[in-house]
Write a protein that binds this ligand. Structure first.
Ligand code: AMP
Length: 170
């Protein structure tokens, strides 16, 4: 099954010039969702201790993947959402900055963490998520995406971390 048939292109969302890759048709199709989790689980990142994913669309794939693999799930969230002690990493957006947070005790030294998000664009969000995992002493096993916009330098930005995606858009 080619998962790209379950993505919808929405031009000029959320602003003019952006071609938004809408994953809601994929979410609405249980066979396609099952296949996306099967394909993510089949990627070989070696030994993985837990799955971490980025709010909010990353959760839609991260949680089922963790359950499928029999691993725990760690949420990475926007500032102010996590209730316990957090580490924070800021990253640069086109205009201004944003930040992501993780619970300090969510991952620890010696653990290999697989990071998951729906889509890789510039890599800014995932780059910050990798730094967060490392700020807790854990190791990034790799970064897995459902969709990769390969015409943007996201993959290069995440080097030397291993990057895999199910649908590559050139
Ligand atoms: P980036 O930090 O630039 O790699 O952006 C990644 C995040 O922004 C992902 O969590 C995506 O959900 C979202 N995103 C960025 N560009 C797009 C796009 N063209 N279509 C859909 N989502 C996008």
């Amino acid at each position: 099954m080619d998962l790209r048939h379950h993505l919808r292109d929405v031009p000029d969302f959320p602003k003019p010039g952006i071609l938004f890759k809408d994953i809601t048709p994929l979410l609405a199709n249980p066979a396609a969702m099952k296949e996306s989790i099967r394909q993510l689980a089949a990627l070989d990142f070696g030994k993985i201790d837990c799955i971490a994913a980025i709010e909010s669309r990353g959760f839609l794939f991260g949680v089922p993947l963790a359950m499928h693999l029999g691993l725990g799930f760690v949420p990475i969230r926007k500032p102010g959402k996590l209730p316990w002690k957090t580490n924070r990493v800021e990253y640069v957006l086109e205009y201004g900055t944003d930040a992501v947070e993780i619970h300090q005790d969510a991952v620890h030294k010696g653990q290999r963490v697989l990071l998951v998000d729906d889509l890789l664009a510039t890599g800014g969000t995932m780059g910050a998520a990798c730094k967060l995992v490392e700020s807790c002493g854990a190791t990034v096993a790799g970064c897995a995406f459902v969709v990769e916009l390969a015409f943007l330098p996201g993959r290069q930005k995440l080097a030397p971390h291993r990057v895999e995606s199910l649908v590559c858009i050139r």
